[in-house]
Design a protein around this ligand. Structure first.
Ligand code: HEM
Length: 408
């Protein structure tokens, strides 16, 4: 690296600016030039290294943002329904609550259960591809983000959780609003958008749960309600909070993964051709997309006590930000990390996290993408990008706002 290094605080400022959010990758490299663990203003630790991120995710003294942690971090948060609900879900809990919730909901998404979901996913993938083909039939430009990348994973999780098909697409805006509450917040008033999304979802799901309690279906939620009513160690609020987590987690990040895989395939026609000819290639293609342009870029933890982390002093209650998208491009872990190369061996990105909070839906997300991507490309051999593939202005989760394509 030549020239003068910018100060980490300046790099952070540019990362949080709109241009940085559109393309954060050069800024991660600037941050990395200061080392794998960087402390800003003596109080905020940033991690760019792969091994260091992986270690941080397994460090029990680095906590997820539960209610007690949030009390120290953000005054007034309890007046905001977004974070009141978020801190009741497993992602924003620490043990023993996390362990209890994960055991209750976890079985439903085991490798075996996900393998059993394959035929349902195939059926819904056909529907999703047919929908795109219909919209694009007359040569019209189709925006794949709402019409495919959101629609398909929503159909999958909606069916699994028992959300009626007619209601599913109406949640797109609320789900986007809820993820805005996960962005860095300086003033709690910035949570109002997330609150509105959360209130809407909570109201709808309260009614849905009451209906499924009365008339159970073959869905997962009906099973969880029955277990709760028979005395399982979980509260009604926790059921609702984790239902909302599942609905958001199973749509927002998969939406970004699907848009990114399609864009990367269409940008390099040799990849698209290979995916059409050899569907088995899709597994490594999806893995490399997850590494190279991950839907989740940043994870947050807070130190429970003073600790020494790879030589950096992390004080109790101070934040630790894991730039996992930078870790995915760490040259100490991956050869030529800035190159998109689906043939990469041992390609285990940090994108699904690691340790106790490792993504519960990783197997479902990968299987769904592996089923639908070759189907889309084979069914629509003329599929092409058609205009600006813009990104949302977000830093924690990265994904396309629009992905215009033509199908013939
Ligand atoms: C491309 C798709 C996906 C990505 C990139 C992704 C990413 C992640 C990440 C990074 C975490 C952990 C965050 C942390 O450690 O702080 C996580 C947790 C979680 N994910 Fe996913 N996810 C995806 C799809 C899904 C799907 C399809 C589901 C639904 C079944 C799901 C459900 C969850 C749940 C319930 C947790 C919380 C786990 C816990 O706290 O123990 N995710 N996900």
């Amino acid at each position: 690296m030549s020239g003068i290094l910018s100060e980490p605080l300046d790099i952070l400022g540019r990362l949080l600016a709109p241009e940085g959010k559109q393309n954060p990758y050069p800024l991660y490299e600037e941050m990395r030039a200061h080392g794998p663990v960087v402390t800003i203003a003596g109080v905020h630790t940033f991690i760019t290294g792969y091994a260091e991120c992986a270690q941080a995710l397994r460090e029990p003294r680095l906590l997820s943002t539960d209610a007690a942690v949030q009390d120290q971090r953000l005054q007034g948060w309890r007046e905001h329904s977004s974070w009141r609900w978020l801190t009741r879900n497993m992602l924003f809990s620490n043990d023993p609550d996390h362990d209890r919730l994960r055991r209750f909901f976890g079985n439903a998404f085991s490798a075996r259960r996900v393998a059993e979901m394959r035929s349902l996913v195939q059926e819904l993938a056909y529907d999703a591809v047919r929908h795109v083909a219909t919209l694009g039939a007359g040569g019209q430009v189709v925006d794949l983000v709402p019409e495919f990348s959101f629609r398909f994973p929503m159909a999958v999780i909606g069916r699994l959780l028992g959300v009626p098909e007619a209601d599913q697409l109406g949640f797109r805006e609320a789900i986007g609003d809820i993820t805005s509450a996960l962005e860095p917040v300086r003033d709690p008033r910035e949570l109002e958008r997330g609150d509105a999304g959360m209130d809407l979802l909570a109201e709808y799901l309260t009614t849905l749960i009451a209906r499924l309690r009365e008339t159970p279906g073959p869905d997962l939620t009906s099973g969880w309600i029955k277990a709760l009513d028979e005395g399982a160690e979980i509260t009604e609020e926790e059921l609702l909070a984790n239902f909302m987590l599942l609905l958001v987690a199973a749509t927002e990040a998969p939406q970004d993964l699907l848009s990114n895989t399609v864009r990367l395939a269409l940008e390099q026609p040799a990849h698209a051709a290979r995916l059409r000819e050899n569907p088995a290639f899709v597994e490594s293609f999806v893995k490399e997309t997850l590494r190279f342009d991950p839907a989740v870029q940043v994870l947050n933890r807070v130190a429970s006590e003073d600790l020494d982390f790879f030589g950096a002093r992390v004080t109790a209650h101070s934040p630790v930000t894991l730039l996992i998208a930078a870790g995915n491009r760490d040259p100490r872990r991956f050869d030529n990390p800035l190159v998109f190369d689906p043939a990469r061996p041992d390609n285990q990105a940090l994108t699904f996290s690691a340790g106790g909070h490792y993504c519960l839906g990783a197997a479902l997300a990968c299987m769904s993408a592996e089923v639908v991507l070759p189907l889309l490309l084979r069914s629509l051999p003329e599929l092409s990008l058609a205009g600006d593939a813009t990104f949302r202005v977000q830093v924690v989760q990265r994904g396309h706002e629009h992905l215009p394509v033509t199908t013939n």
